[in-house]
Design a protein around this ligand. Structure first.
Ligand code: GDP
Ligand code: MG
Length: 703
């Protein structure tokens, strides 16, 4: 049995190649001791070859746990052959890894993937010359089109047992490498050279392994560094890139310059360093304006006021009265089911319009640009731009958003993303946003924009703070993405996606939300002795609500237990918040839902309620998804506690600082809000704030 390891840069296509090669014979496990996937499988048409998909890496000097796995596997378990996937559209960066793999002494087959992208950019690579220069087989391929993979099995078999030819460095470097190999490394078989080069590069792991011999290799490295005038790792990296550059001059043919395409010209504006973010904010504003304020709002008003308020509810009531149905049953159907579901479904037009617009933005290629723009922002805070893709998915629904955090290879980034995705306003939160905006802010689209950017800000703030907590520490994974050319979205695709998402919203309202509304209706119609109540404040629900509502008094909306109850039902599904309002305040009443909610909350209470419900613990479905990504209930508990705490702090600041600014009110809770702000600022600014609780990142990482 030949063991072949797939190795390459992140996003070079390893997983795609792996899936194509192995078909259904895959086995997925975990690498020992970590929750990182380990995939193995047999080659589909060659039973004698077994394949391992290694975590992507840019170098064999690892930073992240994933990269450590890759390197340890290569050096300690030594596969028979490495299939090195090289992205042909980005050869320089990819070959940097190749130069290091060749040093391990393991035979290499280079799979030159993404030749389609390279071709479309006018990049041609002469694979025969490349093969001659590297001293190994080079196979051009396009994994997504299943091209070029047929020859791989034969190339792998031919490579077994061979000796790779690592690149030659400058005379000075070669002298140092030879001396280190002879005096320090000794005989490590085919990977002797790899150890010697790693020592010269001052690789921390290899240096630590040879700590006892430090007195012998230190002078050799010092002499090399003194001659080159730089650190060992910089000098070696420079030589690697120098050699790759020379190689490129030989094998690369760039036939067309693609800088002049329409897409590129658009991108020069849309992804501009200064204009990119303001344009993004502007586009999101227009999106929300159309959905929440203009077209969407008019349709929602009609569905709420006319369709449900004038037709469905009175119709159902009078119909059932005419049929002499028991009043209790009429209450259950009309005041519980129909009112609750109606309140939620009333927002369907706005949700649909928003879905159409977001799908168009996605399909035309703009959202990929947003990831690119946000990567610049995120990177400044040592966060990966990869985290932004789950956030975009999360604006539809948090559950797939959390699941898509799996594409992030770096474990700590992945966990961080999984626990912050739900800060984004998902479709289920949209009705609350629209309700509060309509009830208190004249339907302003700025409220939705506020929620959207509050979500992004909460993710950023959490990322910056939690990265200082030891569990999440580490360098952000590098994010390189291809920007697909812009194109007109196909109406049929947009319609299909919108329909799927909209239908999911309706189905949930008609099943799950309906049940919850019936429960709310029942709890609000009877008292503890199960006797029907006239005054809702005497109901079982009021008793429950009043028991906990005090917690939210500092946030400005704890005075009315209805809002506390709504927040709690939001844990089942965020649509329930509006459904609960519907049941408790009524939909067909003269005053209307909007007036009732608006007058009880007030402007600041409304903002605070909104901020809390955007950021606090998500619905149970999302909590379950977080549990799957984080691995343990303990970590999930930590995540949920963190979300609630952050939500409380934000809502407290919104309400109390707002009160101070608008009315000059000052009190104990203003001081508490200020304390929360100071604490947050400290956690954001201090290099190692968690050292006081013994969970710091340590002085080195902090510096
Ligand atoms: P990994 O990170 O190395 O496992 O890379 P993936 O297999 O996840 O691939 C990253 C992205 O590149 C995916 O969107 C693939 O569909 C895409 N991809 C992989 N191979 C090719 C290819 O040959 N051509 C093109 N155009 N895309 C590819
Ligand atoms: Mg992969």
């Amino acid at each position: 049995m030949i063991i072949a390891a797939l190795l390459g840069n992140p996003n070079s296509g390893k997983t795609t190649v792996f899936n194509r090669l192995t078909g259904s014979s895959q086995r997925v496990g975990n690498w020992p001791g970590v929750t990182i996937e380990r995939k193995t499988g047999r080659l589909r048409d060659a039973e004698d070859i077994s394949i391992v998909d290694l975590p992507g890496t840019y170098s064999l000097s690892p930073y992240s746990p994933e990269e450590v796995i890759t390197r340890d596997y290569l050096i300690e378990e030594r596969p028979d052959v490495v299939i090195n996937i090289v992205d042909a559209s980005n050869p320089e960066r990819n070959l940097y890894l190749t130069t290091q793999i060749l040093e391990t002494g393991i035979p290499v087959v280079v799979l030159l993937n993404m030749t389609d992208i390279a071709e479309s950019r006018g990049i041609g690579i002469d694979e025969e010359k490349l093969s001659a220069a590297l001293g190994c087989a080079v196979i051009p391929a396009c994994a997504t089109k299943d091209e070029g993979l047929d020859g791989l099995a034969d190339a792998v078999r031919a490579a077994v047992g061979g000796t790779p030819r690592p690149m030659r460095f400058s005379a000075a470097a070669e002298t140092a490498i030879a001396a280190i190999a002879d005096d320090v490394v000794g005989d490590r078989g085919p990977s002797t050279r790899w150890y010697a080069v790693k020592l010269l590069e001052r690789d921390p792991v290899v240096s630590a392994a040879y700590a006892d011999d430090r007195s012998r290799f230190e002078p050799l490295i010092a002499a090399f560094e003194a001659a080159g005038g730089d650190s060992g790792d910089s000098l070696v990296a420079e030589e690697r890139y120098g050699a790759i550059g020379a190689l490129m001059a030989e094998v690369l043919t760039v036939t067309a310059d693609d800088r002049g395409t329409v897409s590129d010209r658009i991108d020069r504006v849309l992804t501009n360093k200064w204009l990119g973010l303001p344009i993004f904010a502007g586009i999101m504003f227009v999106t929300y304006y159309i959905a929440m304020t203009s077209i969407g709002a008019q349709m929602t008003d009609w569905v709420n006021d006319v369709f449900f308020g004038e037709w469905v509810l009175p119709g159902a009531r009078s119909g059932m009265i005419a049929l002499d149905v028991d009043p209790l049953l009429i209450g259950l159907v009309v005041d519980g089911m129909l009112t609750g579901v109606g309140a939620v479904l009333g927002f369907l037009p706005q949700v649909l319009v928003l879905f159409v617009l977001l799908t168009i933005l996605e399909d035309c290629g703009y959202m990929a640009r947003i990831c690119f723009i946000m990567d610049r922002v995120f990177r400044r805070f040592n966060l990966s731009g990869k985290s932004f893709i789950p956030l975009l998915v999360g604006t539809g629904c948090g559950v797939p958003g959390i699941m898509s955090s799996r594409t992030i290879e770096n474990e700590s980034d992945r966990k961080l993303t999984a626990m912050t995705v739900t800060f984004m306003p998902c479709a289920a939160k949209l009705p609350i946003i629209a309700l509060i905006a309509g009830a208190l802010f004249g339907g302003s689209a700025f409220i939705a924009l506020f929620c959207y950017f509050l979500g992004i800000a909460a993710v950023l703030v959490s990322g910056i703070i939690l990265k200082k907590w030891r569990t999440f520490a580490g360098t952000a994974s590098i994010f390189i993405m291809e920007l697909p050319p812009y194109h007109m979205p196909k109406p049929i695709d947009v319609a299909k996606t919108t329909f799927d998402r909209g239908w999911a919203f309706v189905r949930k309202a008609g099943t799950f939300i309906m049940l919850a509304c019936v429960a709310i209706w029942a709890l609000s119609s009877f008292d503890i002795r199960l006797a029907p109540v006239d005054d809702i404040d005497a109901s079982m629900l009021a008793v429950i609500g009043q028991a906990v509502t005090g917690v939210f008094v500092p946030l400005g909306w704890g005075g009315d237990w209805e809002f506390t109850v709504a927040t709690i039902t939001g844990l089942l599904a965020k649509e329930n918040i509006v459904g609960t309002f519907g049941v408790l305040f009524g939909l067909d009443s003269e005053a209307g839902l909007w007036t009732a909610v608006g007058s009880s909350l007030g402007v600041l209470g409304g903002l605070s309620f909104l901020a809390f419900n955007m950021v606090c613990a998500p619905c149970f479905a999302a909590i379950g998804a977080i549990r799957r990504e984080l691995g343990t209930w303990k970590a999930t508990g930590f995540a949920v506690a963190y979300q609630c705490l952050l939500a409380y702090a934000i809502a407290l600041m919104v309400y109390r600082f707002g009160e101070l600014l608008l009315y000059g009110t000052f009190g104990v809770w203003t001081v508490m809000a200020a304390a929360a702000a100071v604490l947050m600022a400290y956690l954001l600014i201090a290099a190692d704030p968690f050292r006081w609780v013994g969970r710091g990142v340590g002085r080195e990482a902090a510096a």
